[in-house]
Structures are given as structure tokens and as C-alpha cells.
Design a protein around this ligand. Structure first.
Ligand SMILES: [Mn+2]
Length: 411
């Protein structure tokens, strides 16, 4: 790296107190891993910081809930912080929703290379290299609902500036960003909010915890050039990965073809495993009139067969569940009829065709219920989620307008 160029790691939401939540239907060999995965993943963040020879590590909250994690978490963190200390690497930590750490209470217990931000107000710290100011870090820990405002994370110097905070803010607030790079915590999926002269990003958790948090998780490496331009890379740190595969049951000839399609998906996962154990839920979406009435039983048989075939692979590809989502087949004539039901169904079909990302239901959530989880829980991330949700909307609405319940919740 050139003299004034530098590199830092942005991570958040270790949640060392929280093991993976994927049900207890996993083999013994995997269940230990589910307990330890958050620690393995967090350790990889520290490994990455060392391997990348980063100047410092930024932790944007929700690292651990000390009330429930037990002494193992404290021992682990202090040990990892000391590893960085030995290499002269600083840690800047802003407390989040669960860690409830603030400088006054905790600073004495932490190695000297760790700076915990105050929760009463914003602090600006100048990080030096060879006694020369290199970068300014502006942060504030969170206390309950009392979190930093984006616009108050304001640098005091002309150096490159990094802001650190935990929470969710409306886009209009994020737009008031004053720092060059805004390192946020509180979203468990990685998100790049802006990427122009100034970037703002959520690093996401290093370890997904459930089938709500599928796909790779990790931390973010930020390189800042001597000319102060930023480039961002992602590195995966997760020890176990939750994956959902979906097949179109309506398009398959019979249940044997559905099994074949699922097996092909699991084979692909084995090939792209990259050394990471994977837990898989399989979803068969079938709205055809000929969906088997005993869908749940067929699904259970498929699950057993898939476990026999894939269960002992290493790295593991473990099928956790197979679900057969056989929504009711709505008669085509309903879509054409001149009635409120017909109009409703045409509107849903239009939404399905219209945009790839919509409907953006998150924007319909009133501000007062912007609490953690509510808004992100409404995100229809992949096409399967989205078409499944819209199918249920069509069935539920058509059912209400026909005076009958068309949704089979046991499916
Ligand atoms: Mn969190």
C-alpha cells in the first residue's frame, strides 16, 4: 500500500449470544457446529483483519449480548482483540441494540487498542499512522431507542472520515451523510446504500442464523487510496450456510421429475460449497390442478430419500425440510369475469408481471412500526418468495370475494 493509502474492515452483528435457529432435525455432527458457528464466523472476521493487514477494524454494533452470552463470549472477544493489539491494529466499536456497551462501563475491561464509543454523544477520533493523522472516525453507541442521527456523525477535520452507528434510518436521513464512508450495523444482510463519492453500507452479520438469512454472510473490506477514493470488497466468513431451493412443481411431469430437479439443485450446491456446510430447505411450488392431495406425505418421502443420498457428504449438504406448496388452482374464467373478484385477480396478475422487485410493501409500513425486524421481514427477496406471496394474495382475496377459504395452511 502507498503511504497514505489505508485499509479497514467493517463488521457488525456478531450476535455471539445467538446460535443458529434451524430446528433440531440435524445430525449430531452438525448440531455442535450450529452452536459454534457464530464464534467461528466472528473469528474469521479477526483472521481477515490480520490477513489483510488492515489498519483498523470497525464494529458497528450488536456484537454480543453479555446478559445472555455467558463468559465464553467475553473471553473470546478479549482474546481476539489482543491478537489485533499485538499487531498494532485498533478496534473502533459502536454499541448496538443488544450489546448495550458504553465507554464508561466497559472501557476498563478492554485491551487498550479497543475504543468503545460513548452513547451520550458523538465522538470524533483521529487515527494516526506513524504519528501522522490518517483518518477520522466518528461514532456513537446506541442506548435502547436512543441512537445517533446520521447528520450528527460529522467530521471535525479534513481527513478521510468513517462514521459508525447501529440502527435503521429512512433514506432521507441516510442522504444527510457527512462522512466519506458510513459503516452501519443492524441489518443482517449486506447492503450497499450509496456508492458514489460517499458510500454507506451495512456489513451484515458474519453468520446467517436461520432460513430468514440465507446465502453467504461475511464482512466488508474497505480500501481507501492515497487520493481518497474508496473500493469495497466482500469476504465470506460463515461456517454454515442456510440455502433455500425452489422447484416448479407445476412444470414437472410427476413427483419423480420433481425429485430429480431437487437432486440436481443439491448437486450444484455440493459443487459450489467452497468448504462451507450448507443446510437446505427445498420448496416445491405447485399451483396446478393436479398437485397431489397428499403433498405433505410425498414431501416427507422425498426428504428421506434426499437425506439418504446427500446426508453424509463433506462439506455437508443437509436437507432440513421439503415443503410442497400446493396452492389452489383458480379457474381461468375468474380472471376474465366482470366482477370485483375478476378485477382483483387481474390487478394481482398485473403486479406479478409489472416489476421485478415490486410490490415494495416496505414503503407501505408506517413510520411508527419501523422497529427492528418488521420492515426487513416484509422484504420479498427472491422470485420464489415473491411469486409465492402473490399467489397467496390471489387465493386469499379470491377466497374472501367468493365467500370460501381457498388457502390450505397445512400445505
Ligand atoms: Mn442485529
Amino acid at each position: 500500500m502507498q503511504d497514505d493509502a489505508f485499509r479497514f474492515i467493517h463488521a457488525s452483528d456478531f450476535h455471539l449470544e445467538e446460535p443458529l435457529c434451524v430446528g433440531d432435525d440435524v445430525p449430531d455432527a452438525l448440531s455442535d457446529l450450529l452452536l459454534d458457528a457464530p464464534y467461528h464466523a466472528a473469528e474469521q472476521v479477526f483472521e481477515t483483519t490480520l490477513a489483510e493487514r488492515a489498519d483498523f477494524l470497525v464494529l458497528a454494533g450488536d456484537i454480543v449480548d453479555f446478559r445472555t452470552a455467558g463468559p465464553r463470549a467475553a473471553t473470546f472477544l478479549i482474546e481476539q482483540f489482543r491478537r489485533l493489539q499485538q499487531r498494532g491494529i485498533a478496534v473502533y466499536w459502536a454499541g448496538g441494540r443488544v450489546d448495550r456497551v458504553s465507554r464508561g462501563d466497559w472501557q476498563d475491561f478492554l485491551p487498550e487498542n479497543v475504543h468503545l464509543f460513548d452513547c451520550d454523544g458523538v465522538e470524533c477520533i483521529v487515527h494516526d499512522r506513524n504519528n501522522q493523522p490518517l483518518v477520522e472516525i466518528v461514532g456513537r453507541s446506541r442506548r435502547g431507542k436512543n441512537k445517533a442521527k446520521i447528520r450528527e456523525l460529522k467530521p471535525e477535520h479534513t481527513l478521510f472520515s468513517v462514521g459508525v452507528a447501529h440502527g435503521r434510518w429512512p433514506a432521507s436521513e441516510v442522504a444527510k451523510q457527512q462522512v466519506d464512508y458510513l459503516a452501519l450495523g443492524g441489518e443482517h444482510a449486506h447492503m450497499l446504500l450509496t456508492e458514489e463519492a460517499r458510500s454507506a453500507a451495512y456489513s451484515g452479520t458474519p453468520q446467517g442464523r436461520s432460513f430468514e438469512e440465507t446465502g453467504p454472510h461475511g464482512c466488508t473490506i474497505v480500501d481507501v487510496s492515497a487520493a481518497q477514493s474508496t473500493s469495497i470488497r466482500r469476504v465470506s466468513t460463515d461456517a454454515v450456510r442456510c440455502v433455500t431451493v425452489a422447484v416448479d412443481g407445476a412444470a414437472a411431469r410427476d413427483s419423480r421429475a420433481v425429485s430429480g430437479a431437487l437432486e440436481a439443485h443439491l448437486d450444484d450446491l455440493t459443487e459450489s460449497a467452497d468448504g462451507v456446510d450448507q443446510l437446505v430447505t427445498c420448496r416445491i411450488d405447485d399451483t396446478s390442478a393436479r398437485a397431489p392431495s397428499g403433498g405433505a406425505r410425498v414431501a416427507a418421502e422425498m426428504l428421506e430419500a434426499l437425506r439418504k443420498k446427500f446426508g453424509s457428504r463433506s462439506p455437508a449438504v443437509w436437507p432440513v425440510a421439503v415443503s410442497w406448496n400446493s396452492g389452489p388452482h383458480l379457474p381461468a374464467s375468474w380472471f376474465d369475469e366482470q366482477s370485483i373478484r375478476g378485477e382483483f385477480l387481474r390487478a394481482v396478475r398485473e403486479v406479478e408481471r409489472q416489476s421485478e422487485n415490486g410490490p415494495d410493501v416496505q414503503t407501505l409500513v408506517p413510520q411508527w412500526c419501523e422497529s427492528d425486524g418488521t420492515v426487513s421481514g416484509l422484504a420479498l427477496m427472491d422470485d420464489g418468495d415473491r411469486s409465492g406471496a402473490l399467489r397467496r394474495v390471489a387465493s386469499m382475496g379470491a377466497g374472501l370475494l367468493s365467500g370460501q377459504d381457498l388457502i390450505d395452511d397445512d400445505a
